[in-house]
Design a protein around this ligand. Structure first.
Ligand code: SF4
Ligand code: SF4
Length: 129
């Protein structure tokens, strides 16, 4: 996934985000609901099917348990993941000193293809006020 969004945020982003911040300050008193684009009715959110678990390299050090923002890794068995709680942020994969946590290579491959289709071009910043 690292191939997508490489180099962002860049200088152009920073400039745009400063402009957004100024607009937000100007509109801080406004109470209206912005008109969001998209297809309606919204589809039910069924989660992201990327739930990392640990392999045999895990030493049960507990670091991922401590760092998981969703409390999805049980302290008594850090090789597992509570799939209902996991938000697929991949922080546990990044912090594991043994590189023990990951998810299915097949799922990763399919997700990569989907991302390539929708994320190959530059995504512009948008602000809805
Ligand atoms: S950080 Fe890695 S080695 Fe430590 S408990 Fe988690 S999966 Fe196991
Ligand atoms: S992917 Fe994120 S939410 Fe899921 S177990 Fe890892 S750190 Fe927790």
């Amino acid at each position: 996934m690292h191939q997508f969004g490489t180099g962002r945020p860049d200088q152009q982003d920073e400039k745009e985000l400063l402009g957004f911040a100024a607009k937000i300050m100007q509109n801080s008193e406004a109470q209206r609901t912005p008109a969001f684009p998209g297809n309606r009715p919204y589809r039910e959110y069924c989660g992201v099917p990327l739930k990392p678990v640990a392999n045999g390299k895990c030493t049960s050090c507990g670091l991922c348990v401590k760092e998981c923002p969703a409390g999805a890794i049980p302290l008594d068995n850090p090789k597992m993941t509570d799939k209902d709680k996991c938000i697929s942020c991949m922080h546990c994969v990044a912090v594991c000193p043994k590189k023990a946590r990951n998810y299915s290579k097949l799922v990763s491959f399919i997700a990569g293809l989907k991302m390539k289709k929708v994320c190959s071009g530059r995504k512009e910043n948008k602000l809805y006020l």
